[in-house]
Write a protein that binds this ligand. Structure first.
Ligand code: MIC
Ligand code: SF4
Length: 642
């Protein structure tokens, strides 16, 4: 990326935020972060780390703490976390969004996101803000803590791919089908370091919620982020939210160049779905039409806007869902619910036999609404990893709201034949009453007592990297291991603020004995090493997938490849992210093999290449680290470095 006269949207926003490095020659850039967001499941740890930094109050322009993930409140743990988060927010100048207000990404888009700014969030779907022309990036909680303390965030110098949209969507086809088409082409791996910028005449035909759906699910590609220009459509949206003053125009200059381009003809698209068990497993809805459906869940940060749920209501109007199918609807925010209540859609949905769920993540993260054994569940969210719904044997398909609603009426997978469009509202009803501490934003209230129930445990710190490491391949896993495999959510989510407790469930879905075996090694002074295949750590931004293994004495991962956010989290917690120089060497290491990393520190200080001795011969591994990353690994992680 070099600074040219004609700039694309990514360059326009990024170049004005670079504080370290030079896009023309450096592989890594430090960027200034304007806005931050956290959600409760990652937020408690982010704020414990922020506290440990000893800063007086937040230093960035806007920090918002949302409660949307753990709202089920079975037992005291979730409620403890909420009280902790509220008190931290008041103390340090963070706006606090109470449980029930809605899902972080939908709310942030509605009330705070600003074109041309940067947003860093402790959730992998933070790129939703790309829908209004923000460079919005998901990261680990500690990175957000650093940004709130005024520090910069580091990204690989991006390559930019133009996704050129032409034509117009047909009725019954929507934004979800667009992003599924992009996922069909580019898959869930191999896109690390890229930013996808949406261009072309088709952009103007999409409203902001549709753009946000596309940017949101771009997370599944593994890209740094996705972004749309900020144009007249964006302006209309912000004006309707009473935020016209936040609008600035951001358009690619005439003649702007890209590292690659891919064209999508919107008019040629048909309804798509992601089949079990990956968002990259894309098929047409037509190809499995007629399949019996047991459950349909509509909502999540991907598809819970007024546009989406109103569309569902239009399809269900005056009809009833099929007897054998369970239909749940979770709106993205109170604003959406209010609008549906005002225009009668809510009554339509209730009358049609839908279960109205809380405005929260809920079913999407497997917090509730798990399907029955072996059930087929159509869902409008963004991830269908095996077991994420809470039912390992369930077959979860990701679809658009249109496909979900059409199938709800028939009880079998059905192609939506068309629906009247929902016009962008001229005015959204504004009620910010569930955002607390706005008047003390950024300044905070010194002296506020921080509420710490028994579920809030102190954060562990890493130890400096030893000169040599003797350890064990404590677990060997295959390809596409997601953070849901490493650190399950669902019923275990409530331990997010309690690392020793949560660590008991590391790799639970793959091998429930891992915790005990790792602890035995740790107590005997042997390091634990994880051996993995391709795309290790894909999915969520949860830093617990690195933090809890660190607590169990994991010192290194050796994988065929490691996903972006997870790699950064490993480094933040002092775990070395090695890859095999020769991927075939994966077969040389067996679970429980003894491993010897002679000269480890020297290798990290040098070019990151090392020979690891195993009982079946030597294996060459490597890790490519920036100077900053080397420093972190050597001293045992970000917190230990402060
Ligand atoms: C997810 O969708 O997987 C989550 C739950 O929102 C995660 C964050 C988390 O694990 O708390 C994410 O996407 O980053
Ligand atoms: Fe919440 Fe699901 Fe969105 Fe994650 S993907 S933020 S769990 S709604």
């Amino acid at each position: 990326m070099t600074e040219k006269k004609a700039k694309n949207v990514v360059e326009k926003i990024l170049f004005s935020h670079i504080v370290e490095g030079d896009a023309a020659k450096d592989a890594e850039l430090g960027i200034r972060i304007d806005q931050t967001l956290t959600q409760d499941a990652t937020g408690t740890m982010a704020y414990l780390q922020f506290e440990a930094m000893g800063v007086e109050h937040v230093k960035n322009a806007l920090a918002v703490s949302y409660v949307d993930h753990n709202t089920v409140q079975i037992g005291f743990e979730n409620a403890d976390d909420h009280d902790f988060l509220a008190s931290i927010a008041r103390r340090y100048g963070i706006i606090y969004s109470k449980a029930g207000n809605g899902i972080c990404h939908q709310l942030h888009l509605e009330r705070f996101g600003k074109p041309g700014t940067t947003l860093l969030g402790s959730d992998s779907h933070t790129p939703t803000g790309g829908g209004i022309g923000q460079i919005a990036i998901g990261a680990g909680g500690i990175d957000i803590a650093v940004a709130m303390a005024g520090g910069s965030f580091h990204i690989p110098t991006p390559k930019v791919r133009a996704i050129r949209l032409v034509g117009n969507l047909r009725s019954g086809v929507s934004a979800k089908d667009v992003i599924l088409k992009v996922l069909e082409r580019f898959g869930t791996k191999g896109n690390v370091g890229w930013i996808f910028e949406y261009t072309g005449p088709g952009v103007a035909t999409l409203d902001v919620p549709s753009r946000a759906t596309i940017a949101n699910m771009g997370a599944e590609l593994g890209v740094t982020t996705s972004v749309f220009p900020s144009d007249g459509v964006t302006r209309q949206f912000l004006e309707a939210q009473g935020r016209g003053a936040d609008w600035v125009e951001i358009a690619a200059d005439e003649g702007a160049s890209y590292d690659d381009e891919f064209e999508v003809d919107l008019g040629a698209l048909e309804p798509m779905a992601a089949a079990p068990h990956s968002p990259g497993n894309v098929v047409t809805v037509r190809s499995f039409a007629g399949t019996k459906v047991n459950q349909i869940m509509i909502g999540s940060c991907t598809n819970s806007s007024y546009r989406d749920i109103r569309t569902v209501a239009k399809i269900l109007e005056g009809r009833h869902v099929a007897d054998e199918v369970e239909v749940g609807i979770a709106c993205g925010s109170r604003q959406v619910v209010n609008m549906l209540a005002q225009d009668g859609s809510l009554a339509t949905l209730i009358k049609a036999g839908c279960r109205i769920l809380e405005n929260a993540c809920g079913f999407c993260i497997g917090a509730h609404m798990s399907p029955a054994t072996g059930a087929v569940s159509l869902r409008t969210n963004n991830r269908n990893f095996e077991g994420r719904s809470g039912t390992k044997s369930a077959q979860v398909y990701l679809v658009s709201p249109e496909t979900a609603a059409a199938s709800a009426l028939t009880g079998v997978v059905t192609v939506c034949e068309g629906v009247e469009p929902v016009n962008a509202p001229a005015e959204f009803p504004i009620d910010d009453a569930m955002f607390l501490y706005r008047e003390t934003a950024c300044r905070g209230v010194p002296g506020t007592e921080i509420v710490r129930g028994p579920n809030i445990a102190p954060v562990p710190k890493g130890e400096a990297l030893p000169a040599r490491l003797a350890g064990c391949a404590t677990i060997k896993v295959g390809d596409k291991i997601t953070t849901d495999h490493i650190m399950p959510a669902g019923a275990r989510l409530k331990f997010r603020s309690n690392v020793p407790e949560y660590a008991k469930y590391v790799f639970e879905p793959c091998d429930p004995t891992f915790h005990d075996r790792a602890m035995v090694n740790k107590n005997n002074g042997a390091a634990n090493v994880i051996i993995a295949g391709e795309s290790y750590g894909q999915g969520s931004s949860r830093e617990h997938a690195a933090l809890c293994p660190m607590y169990l004495g994991v010192k290194a991962v050796i994988a065929k490849s490691i996903e972006r956010i997870h790699r950064a989290n490993l480094i933040n917690f002092g775990i070395v992210p090695f890859t095999f120089e020769n991927p075939a060497d994966y077969d040389k290491i067996r679970q429980d093999d003894g491993l010897l990393f002679e000269g480890l520190r020297t290798a990290i200080e040098g070019d990151g290449r090392l020979t690891v001795r195993t009982p079946h011969g030597s294996v060459r591994v490597k890790t490519v680290l920036s100077a900053r990353e080397k420093r972190l690994i050597l001293c045992g992680g970000l917190l230990a470095s402060l």
